[in-house]
Write a protein that binds this ligand. Structure first.
Ligand code: GSH
Length: 218
């Protein structure tokens, strides 16, 4: 029997939860290895061998290790092409390019303002860090502009890369979950008709519900 792949980091981390959602979609068995970030375990030399930037997640499959959540997800889809959701990362070059395009949009345009808002609004209060109101306002404006583009796209297609749920949609789940369920900025998504419809659909997938359950148990 194949050894389960290993994911290092807490499920509360947005980047870790992106990888977990992908593993559930692909029905790939995994072992979640706890990294205590409040004790700085992610900056220890043993962890830096797996993730040189000292961030979670790190990932191992047999003798290979990979970092960067989006790269890990692509690897999982390619390596386990015959398992679970076979279309998650497309089945031909054009479909893959379309998915890659929206994964890039997520990483380059959506993630910077949304992860700043998640940190400022959801994590800073728990960590007793003072919120930066100017930063919050600036990033809300930036995210709003990005979501206007998504609204248009999702008026043309059911999902970002076309008619099927893909890694591109999945990549948006972690930050959006925090913003919709853990902050007062959910209306950025729910007030936009197509974005709201898309969010309802992608967040009700079994794979994502399992990740949310893991986060609740964490
Ligand atoms: N681009 C990286 C980002 C990883 C990341 O920012 N991880 C955060 C938790 S969500 C972290 O480890 N923060 C601690 C630190 O940067 O020291 C990925 O997608 O894997």
């Amino acid at each position: 029997m194949a050894t389960p792949v290993k994911v290092y980091g807490p499920p509360m981390s947005t980047a870790v939860s992106r990888v977990l959602a992908c593993l559930y979609e692909k029905n790939v068995e995994f072992e979640l290895i706890s990294i205590n970030m409040s004790k700085g375990e992610h900056k220890k030399p043993e962890f830096l061998k797996l993730q040189p930037f000292g961030q979670v997640p790190a990932f191992e499959d047999e003798s290979i290790s990979i970092f960067e959540s989006r790269a890990i997800c692509r690897y999982i889809c390619d390596k386990y092409a015959d398992k679970g959701n076979k279309g998650l990362y497309g089945t031909n070059p054009l479909a893959k390019a379309s998915i890659d395009q929206w994964i890039e949009a997520e990483g380059q345009s959506f993630n910077p303002p949304s992860s700043t808002l998640v940190f400022q609004l959801a994590f800073a209060p728990r960590m007793n860090i003072k919120q930066d109101k100017v930063l919050i306002r600036q990033n809300e404006e930036k995210l709003s502009k990005v979501l206007d583009i998504y609204e248009k796209r999702l008026g043309e297609a059911r999902f970002l890369a076309g008619d099927e749920f893909s890694l591109a949609d999945l990549s948006h789940l972690p930050n959006t979950q925090y913003l919709v369920s853990g902050t007062d900025k959910g209306n950025l998504f729910t007030s936009r008709e197509n974005v709201g419809r898309w969010w309802d659909e992608i967040s009700s997938r079994d794979s994502w519900k399992k990740v949310v359950d893991l986060q609740k148990g964490a």
